[in-house]
Design a protein around this ligand. Sequence first.
Ligand code: ATP
Ligand code: MG
Ligand code: MG
Ligand code: MG
Length: 569
Amino acid sequence: MRTTEYFIATQKETPADAEVISHQLMLRAGLIRKLAAGLYTWLPLGLKVLRKVEQVVREEMDRSGALEVSMPMVQPAELWQESGRWEQYGPELLRIKDRHERDFCLGPTHEEVITDLVRNEVKSYKQLPVNLYQIQTKVRDEIRPRFGIMRSREFLMKDAYSFHADSESLGATYEVMHRAYSNIFTRLGLDFRPVIADTGSIGGSASHEFHVLASSGEDDIAFSDQSDYAANVEMAEALAPAGERPAPGAEMQEVATPGVKTIDDLARFLKVDPATTVKTLVVNGEEEGVLVALVLRGDHQLNEIKAEKLAGIANPLTMADEDTVRKTCGAGFGSLGPVGLSIPVIVDRSAAHLADFTCGANREEAHLTGVNWERDCALARVEDLREVMAGDPSPDGMGTLQIKRGIEVGHIFQLGTKYSEAMDATVLDENGKSVTMAMGCYGIGVSRIVAAAIEQNHDDRGITWPAAMAPFELVIVPLNMHKSEAVAECALALYQQFREAGVEVLLDDRNERPGVKFADMELIGIPHRLVVGDRALADDNIEYKGRRDDEAQLLSRDSVFADVMRKLD
Ligand code: ATP
Ligand code: MG
Ligand code: MG
Ligand code: MG
């Protein structure tokens, strides 16, 4: 490709509204352009990178035995009503109506669509397991789109869904996916960690996220300095209670509440009127999707929370997923959805503010009375918990914990029967008995990877792509090409030779000053550069410089092709 026939859209100035380096460099190098908040156009150069990532993902998915499909982006509301997520998903789900006023959404994910497909197509355990994937645009109306394509409202995801006759088979495919993901991120040249993830409101038994370590990451990762142990530390920012703070009344006490399963049971147990005493404590988080720790003060709570959290085990004693919180009217951990964490409580005294209250103890048949919001509760601050946690022994007994920031680029999940049960996806087992299929889902943020790679691979001159992601492998920069016949002839001959060898080579044939060309090509981050100039040519030399090299070197005209081909290997 010649630059004069290509779309080079580099910019000198750092765009004012781009906070993180990857966003700045993607705009400056001319990879993307903003259309509206969280919506970006991929320019030719950026799309080339994106397609490379996509191809690595596709190859490794195919190699793992998964089969590619393509599902519609527009999804009927009925399926989401069947799974219950039409209500639960909240405003991140972009809903639309067709001309007949029927409800649809733009797919943020495809569990419903794939479950519908598989329940119709697969009838026998003999057809299982099956793992289907697609690489497709997803739409999420993110509350705060930012960092360019890192958190955008339209993005490219690889999503896979596996179906199984039993949980052993699910576990086996989960391991295969775990390995495939490690292969993908290794091939892409990223410094990544698989981390134990919270199974949050989806439930299910096992989940790992794959994080690219970078200071701009939005997640905190706790990992051992001596083993492979790593976990996502999902915590919320502190939330200062607004307004007046009521004085504490009675002491907090845990009481046994046999048979009490719901907040109405609790009201009856306490002999109070549910209509007037049941309130919902709503904790609004800064962002959707984060976990809030409502820590009940006392020695044990914080320690247990952090220990269990890190072990990735939902212990109902100290924390619970949203369902458990609801069931036990609990306090403790809850998954904060777009509407916030809501904990039903019973208010002991009538008060304008939430004063003392009774709530669940996050275990069945036990509740806490006399809880005071100000005295007993605190939302865990990220910084506080980070401080408490860093330096702790790793839960696997090896080394101590360190906390670093990570960018979530992949997520694998054993869903179990959450969707298949709600949507009645069954097969006949070997005894002719109907069984609900077990399910796994596996996502990769294909477009986010591009930004994450830049966060890890840049210097003060621009992007330093890992080889697998570079838009071009080699650039040939002729100096004074338009005046020197020798230069033009040599540069064109080399260009031809590399092209014929299948190298993705760019010839910078623009009539620009050398400094401008060098700066552009370094900004774009092409890994290898040859400079053809009269002075070196007089000695039969051509200058070579690797994008990460400090110094250029001279290669002889005779061996330059072979030398560079070796470097490209
Ligand atoms: P996050 O925690 O960053 O919001 P998520 O947990 O909501 O991500 P998943 O539902 O696990 O995302 O989706 C699979 C993958 O899709 C994520 O691991 C991430 O790499 C990518 N992804 C999710 N949301 C976005 C987004 N708004 N922009 C770009 N990529 C995204
Ligand atoms: Mg999200
Ligand atoms: Mg996440
Ligand atoms: Mg995720």
